[in-house]
Design a protein around this ligand. Structure first.
Ligand SMILES: [Zn+2]
Length: 145
């Protein structure tokens, strides 16, 4: 999560909503990193998780991220939670809870829906205060402008 927070800070510095993500392979090595890049890339799918999972899949040369862990500073949205299921990610660890759009337990629970045949394990609220503080700092600064 420390590495994901570094990514989130890079997004913050670039004026993007500060969300960062990393993908760890089964041995714990970082194989993908990403931070929110929606504004710069003008890409509605430019979320940290998507970018980190693309990087990981590219590093592995395979779309299947079985046994990998997706670490992200904010609870994933429906798109990213869905992509994590599609990638067969083994585990999702997230930081701050997203009560407005979270799809890993808050508003929806896309990854533990019993109707799906792949359900990643979830570890919630890892360094949640630190992850959340970065986000509230970002939005507070935007309101002042
Ligand atoms: Zn997302």
């Amino acid at each position: 999560m420390r590495r994901a927070l570094e990514e989130a800070r890079a997004a913050f510095d670039a004026g993007e909503v500060p969300v960062g993500a990393v993908v760890l392979d089964p041995s714990g090595e970082v194989i993908g990193t990403g931070h929110n890049d929606r504004e710069r890339a003008a890409d509605p799918t430019g979320h940290a998780e998507i970018i980190a999972m693309r990087g990981a899949a590219s590093a592995l040369g395979a779309w299947r991220l079985s046994g990998c862990t997706l670490v992200v500073t904010l609870e994933p949205c429906t798109m990213c939670a869905g992509a994590a299921v599609q990638a067969r990610v083994g585990r999702i660890a997230y930081g701050a809870v997203d009560l407005k759009a979270g799809a890993v337990g808050s508003l929806w629970d896309v990854v533990r829906d019993r109707r799906l045949n792949h359900r990643p394990e979830v570890v919630a609220e890892v360094l949640a205060d630190e992850c959340g503080a970065l986000l509230s700092g970002f939005f507070a600064r935007r309101r002042v402008r």
